[in-house]
Design a protein around this ligand. Structure first.
Ligand code: PGA
Length: 262
């Protein structure tokens, strides 16, 4: 796994925005896997800016990682709403090709439909991921099968606690979600993960340096050949081999520089 350690959250976000815009420039009809959460809000702001600066998303197809069971697309806490609010309504993307699991139909059906859609339109070229404090990716909570496909997952206590800020009262808070599985996520050609802040430091360490284990679903990314984790200094603070990763990255930058110069 390649890890890029940036001094600040803004720099890390800029780096990830660059990977996504480079992907779209190289292949305007890219299939992107998208993520939600607080970390992505500023990133989507940068993509809106890229669009204002001339980048077209007109031929891009997107698949979001997950959606809450029971929330319709017009519910302000649904991820369908989030995506329109933070990105889709501000760019020239065709929203008929912006796919998000359907939280309103039977979860078995929603999950099966989603896998079919990904098979029909995919594979996903670039999958964007956030990272939960408990090591989840999408809503693959600890104990998720590393070989899982899209399905309904119960939200963990950690996730429910983190989500409480977004809901008026606990009674209305969904307790499960339809999420792409870990196998679904890992079938993307490239994965770019963004994790910011000291609250993610433990999860970043377990993802990078812990054993591959269902206890830390993000550790499954160690098995994928093309993952870039972009983190800020706070999120990187517990990494044992931090100096080595920074050395590797300097070599990578030199390689890219000389390839560009030739
Ligand atoms: P966050 O969520 O960006 O709100 O921290 C990330 C995640 O849980 O995947």
């Amino acid at each position: 796994m390649r890890i890029i350690i940036c001094d600040t959250a803004a720099e890390a976000t800029e780096k990830v925005a660059g990977f996504i815009t480079d992907q779209i420039r190289a292949r305007p009809d890219s299939v992107l896997g998208l993520a939600t959460g607080g970390t992505m809000e500023r990133l989507y702001g940068r993509l809106q800016q890229a669009h204002r600066d001339g980048l077209s998303f007109a031929d891009v197809t997107t698949f979001n990682l997950d959606e809450y069971v029971g929330l319709p697309a017009d519910h302000p806490q649904s991820y369908a709403y989030y995506m329109r609010h933070f990105l889709f309504d501000h760019i020239d993307i065709d929203q008929d090709r912006c796919f998000i699991p359907d939280g309103t139909i039977h979860p078995f059906q929603a999950a099966a439909d989603y896998e079919t859609l990904i098979a029909d339109h995919g594979p996903i070229d670039l999958q964007l991921l956030g990272l939960g404090r408990n090591g989840h990716i999408g809503f693959n909570e600890p104990s998720s099968s590393l070989n899982s496909l899209t399905r309904e997952k119960a939200l963990s206590q950690d996730t429910l606690a983190a989500n409480r800020q977004y809901f008026d009262d606990d009674a209305n808070m969904p307790n499960s979600a339809i999420t792409m599985g870990i196998k679904t996520i890992c079938s993307a050609h490239q994965i770019v993960l963004l994790a910011l802040g000291a609250g993610k430091a433990q999860a970043v360490k377990r993802m990078m340096e812990g054993p591959v284990s269902t206890f830390c679903p993000a550790s499954a990314l160690q098995m994928h050949p093309n993952v870039i984790a972009v983190v800020d200094a706070d999120a990187a603070q517990l990494l044992e081999l931090k100096d080595h990763y920074m050395h590797e990255e300097r070599i990578q930058q030199m390689r890219e520089h000389s390839a560009g110069v030739v």
